[in-house]
Design a protein around this ligand. Structure first.
Ligand code: C2E
Ligand code: MG
Ligand code: MG
Ligand code: MG
Length: 288
């Protein structure tokens, strides 16, 4: 048993520093069954609208509870899923799960947009685009898509056309990981996005570096000039929160508010959160 545990630990450790070839192949082979067998699950992370002092959206993040390797994080299997052409199936699963979970939230009286991460590969997949639009329209769920600019730059024409198609059926579009990948202001202004998410690498060091505050502030100003709201992801400290508030950041997301949590924990969090905001909102969002 100890031997087995040691092996598991090694495998999990290897995964995080670059999946070895054998495990990549095994995981890739196991992906379709994993989706069918219910090994995937979602966690939700709230996004707080600063001025409105409320949680008005959440991000769904997928995890793989592997029977032998234990918990595998998306950083270790999304690329595999893309390479194996499994990402569409995984995203259909995610979308349907989010729609089901959003029904629970609606029953609790919550009115939240739930954001799903959409792989760049799917922006050029006409079947996915039609299927996703149909599923979301039929369900009436308030869904958002988080996409990176890098995904758009691969094939800008079709990506922009498909993003417009998503926006036309009421899907909220957010640009994810802004500043971390390829970026083009020429495309940025053409995207039907209402939200720009600053990558957490700039936010995590906001109060400990000289340059990151300048980068974050100018990104906020740029986004506002383009009529977008700005989200900071990776908000871990009260100090970062205070600075972002002064800079006019619209939405915050990070461990300070909540880690990604199960749907049940998220529903409980929303119930508690209401009370907490009533008591602490002034402190939490106070300008220093
Ligand atoms: P992302 O969309 O940029 O998601 C944000 C990541 O930052 C998440 O990691 C989240 O857990 C983490 N995070 C949130 N707040 C904090 C914080 O305060 N501090 C720190 N240090 N980290 C924070 P996660 O869940 O491991 O997801 C990693 C990436 O995997 C995501 O980055 C997204 O690109 C991708 N991903 C997750 N779920 C899906 C999915 O369903 N489909 C696709 N295509 N990609 C997904
Ligand atoms: Mg995201
Ligand atoms: Mg992000
Ligand atoms: Mg990221």
């Amino acid at each position: 048993l100890d031997q087995a545990r040691a092996e598991q630990r090694i495998v999990v450790r290897d995964l995080s520093i670059g999946t070895p070839m054998l495990d990549r192949l095994t995981l890739t082979r196991e992906l379709p069954a994993a989706i069918a067998n219910g090994e995937m699950f979602l966690q939700y992370q709230p996004k707080v609208h600063v001025r409105r002092q409320e949680i008005n959206s959440a991000e769904a993040l997928v995890r793989w509870q592997h029977p032998r390797h234990g918990l595998i994080m998306p950083g270790d299997f999304i690329t595999l899923a893309e390479e194996a052409r499994q990402i569409a199936d995984l995203t259909y699963w995610t979308l349907n799960q989010v729609i089901a979970d959003q029904r629970l939230l609606s029953a609790d009286g919550r009115d939240l947009t739930i954001f799903i991460n959409i792989s760049g590969q799917l922006l050029g997949d006409a079947r996915f685009v039609e299927e996703a639009c149909r599923t979301i329209t039929t369900s009436g769920a308030k869904i958002g898509f988080e996409i990176t600019e890098t995904a758009v730059i691969r094939d800008p024409q079709s990506a922009i056309a498909n993003l417009r198609r998503f926006a036309d059926v009421g899907i909220a579009i957010a640009i994810d990981d802004y500043g971390a990948g390829l970026s083009s202001l020429a495309y940025l202004k053409q995207l039907p996005a209402r939200e720009l998410k600053i990558d957490k690498m700039f936010v995590l060091q906001l109060t400990s570096s000289n340059r990151d505050p300048l980068i974050v502030r100018s990104t906020i100003d740029l986004a506002h000039a383009l009529d977008m709201e700005v989200t900071a992801e990776g908000v871990e400290t009260q100090a970062a929160m205070a600075l972002l508030t002064v800079m006019g950041c619209d939405i915050v997301q990070g461990y300070l508010i909540s880690r990604p949590i199960s749907i049940d924990a998220f529903r409980a969090f929303m119930n508690d959160q209401k009370l907490q905001f009533d008591h602490d909102a002034r402190d939490m969002f106070k300008r220093p």
